[in-house]
Write a new protein. Sequence first.
Length: 334
Amino acid sequence: MSAPIARIERLGCRFGALAAVDGVDLDIAAGEFLALLGASGSGKSTLLRAIAGFEPPAEGRIEIDGRDMAGVPPHRRPVNMMFQSYALFPHLDVASNIGFGLRQEGVAAAEIARRVDEAMAMVAIGHLAGRKPDRLSGGERQRVALMRALIKRPMLLLLDEPLSALDRKLRAATRRELAAIQRQVGIAFVMVTHDAEEAIGLADRLAVMDRGKLLQIGPPRQVYDRPANRRVAQVTGEVNIVEGSDATWLDLGAGAWAIRPERIMLGERAAGLPRGGMAEVVELRSTGALWQVTLASERGARLSAALLSSQIPPTPGTRLAFGFAADAAVPVPP
């Protein structure tokens, strides 16, 4: 990782007796895309608001560009934030919404016009310049909010659930666009999300939070494949947690083990794999791209396997072999 532009040390934010953020240490590198992933109440949005200056920390330190942010109000920090609601001004048209921050700073009208045109061209919304927010689609409002946040050229852009208001099909397209824009502008993005697929697909680094604590941070695939504990395994995607007598039967040893459904092979594909046994298919469900297969092993353990939708799935009631490679099972502390 390159030298950090932001450094968070032992940060704590409290609401009464509740530690919403609890002793978080985090460095943010210039130009990286960092995703903060966690369930509702994990502290991820509070951490984002603390970086932006909207939530005063109870303890710890936030440093941006080598400067301690203690007492620095949001509008004086070299950051900008895109809110989940987009927070567009309903009485202003698209061009005026995007250029609002520059006008507040007293930038010359000609320069504002140039930069607004440049921003609208980046996301192909120039034809919407004169429209008010209530005449825009969800995706169009999202682009306006993003350009308004970027036009002041902050060192750090904070995004609070930026895709949550969009439908599933539009989210996929907007995710690709967001990644392309981040690469183009070269600004560090920190995105809060509860969607593991979104976080893993977008981020250079993934940070998982739960109950105010930062549980694990690293490259998304590394965090997904090698979760530090049970909670990280559960937050980052579908997972089988095998423990007790089931772990003993599968020759995994003591403790709890995480096995991703896509690592479990069925039928002929299970031949020669070192772990596994026989099971009955008790449920089959399609998610569109995948078949989710629920198995009941001969010892009674319930396991979930995943097959590509292009594969022919086994029918419920079928008895078949299942298996997985030794490295598919990862030990996960509580």
